[in-house]
Design a protein around this ligand. Sequence first.
Ligand code: ZN
Length: 199
Amino acid sequence: MEIFTDHIKRLTQELSGLPGVGAKSARRLAFYIVNMPPEKVRSLSEAITEAKEKSRYCKKCFCLTDTELCPVCSDPKRDQSTIMVVEETGDMAAYERTGKYEGLYHVLHGAISPMTGVGPDDIKLKELMSRLSEEDIKEVIVATNSGLEGETTAMYISRLLKPVGVNVTRIASGVPVGGDLELVDEVTLLRALEGRVTL
Ligand code: ZN
């Protein structure tokens, strides 16, 4: 006999669509949520709705932020001649946590993946190119993840940028293969950044 109500089933279904949440965790979370005090549930759902409504892409680097220009792009003390290219806003956040990187960023929102049909036009590459023609950039550090897709993207960017005459470097392979940049510890991130090589 099915003992879950339609409402709990729906909540479980929604939660299981989130990355890293399997059917079992989704059920556990759903039960946890319906057992929470009503005001806590309201606060949680408001936080989700508000974060969604207030979030937008920085018009320069395309990271997720809630202002027209993100805090990095609007900080005049950052080194305006270096751009670090990352796959997601979370990767940028990871480098920001090290507190040692002084330059700017560019968030691609993905990586080239012939397997899943993600091509160069599906990520923010055109936007990177137009930044290079508008800003005085001396170095582009490619900090895409070290898996197959990240490497493919790095190669593509290097080929794309060679004719532009900008120095293209790639972070060292200290980042574990297939590793999500966001999950790598700060020491490893810094070592990868310091050991970067020209592509
Ligand atoms: Zn920005």
